[in-house]
Design a protein around this ligand. Structure first.
Ligand code: DGL
Length: 267
């Protein structure tokens, strides 16, 4: 679908495989309180992590087609895995501006006093060419310990929040980083930011935990400003949720991680 410069009051579309992108959404809400936002959780096809790039690209095309039909003025890919797999193909296919998210390795490298940085992400992100290129830019400066975290997204999205099971998985995935005394840990999957407090407990107070939440919001604001596409409204922006999964389950997850009872529509 062709992008024709929409009105500044048009919404911004934000998507993730599930609720992980809510961490990005809260950054956007904070920095752009007057913008109308559409959030789409592609829950039926989650997790994206192990699915392979071709599949994730197809899902991203379907979601962006839907967003364009809703008249969005920009799309935020609130998912590291989908950014790695699909942002280049999306930019080649559509004119709408895309803002992606990638593990905050640059910030971590700058913050690390010991020169040892951990990165937790999905297997898809860690295996992607895009992440390998990003990592290569910093390996002269810091030692980077990466770990894919199979099963973590599933537990974060489980009907019951199981602190003991999450802690056990986190202890396993972060063991090499704790043994080597990494002093900065990058949350390279937007889902992980939702359990940041638990990750901080596992790592201990001395470890800085970084994600890309505010960087994405700042970049979105910068891009829209440059295009003259920021809303001039001074009213609170609207927020609408969509899911490809079960509506009731999605409402429960939103109540858990967004903190407000919200209406959800079917995608
Ligand atoms: N939240 C996503 C990310 O940032 C993907 C999680 C998944 O579906 O595997 O990578």
């Amino acid at each position: 679908m062709k992008y024709t410069a929409p009105l500044p009051t048009a919404p911004i579309g934000i998507f993730d495989s599930g609720v992980g992108g809510l961490s990005i959404l809260s950054g956007l809400r904070e920095l752009l309180p007057h913008e109308n936002l559409l959030y789409l959780a592609d829950t039926r096809y989650a997790p994206y992590g192990p699915k392979g790039e071709a599949f994730i690209r197809e899902r991203s095309f379907a979601i962006v087609d839907f967003f364009l039909a809703q008249g969005v003025k920009a799309v935020v890919i609130a998912c590291n895995t989908a950014t790695a797999a699909a942002i280049a193909a999306l930019r080649a296919r559509y004119d709408v501006p895309f803002i992606g998210v990638e593990p905050a390795v640059k910030t971590a490298a700058a913050l690390s006093a010991r020169g040892i940085v951990g990165v937790l992400a999905t297997s898809g992100t860690i295996a992607s060419d895009r992440f390998i290129r990003l990592q290569d830019r910093f390996t002269a400066q810091v030692q980077i310990l990466t770990r894919a975290c199979p099963g973590l997204v599933e537990l974060i999205e489980a009907p019951e929040f199981d602190t003991a099971a999450l802690t056990a998985l986190l202890l396993e995935f972060t063991a090499p980083m704790r043994e080597k005394h990494a002093d900065v840990l990058v949350l390279g999957c937007t889902h992980y930011s939702l359990i940041r407090a638990l990750i901080q407990d596992v790592m201990g107070e001395g470890v800085r935990i970084v994600d890309a939440e505010l960087a994405v919001a700042r970049e979105t604001r910068r891009r829209l400003e440059a295009l003259g596409a920021l809303t001039s409204s001074t009213a609170g922006g609207e927020l609408r949720f969509f899911t490809s999964g079960d509506l009731l389950q999605q409402q429960r997850l939103l109540a858990r991680y967004w903190g407000a009872a919200v209406a959800v529509s079917v995608f």
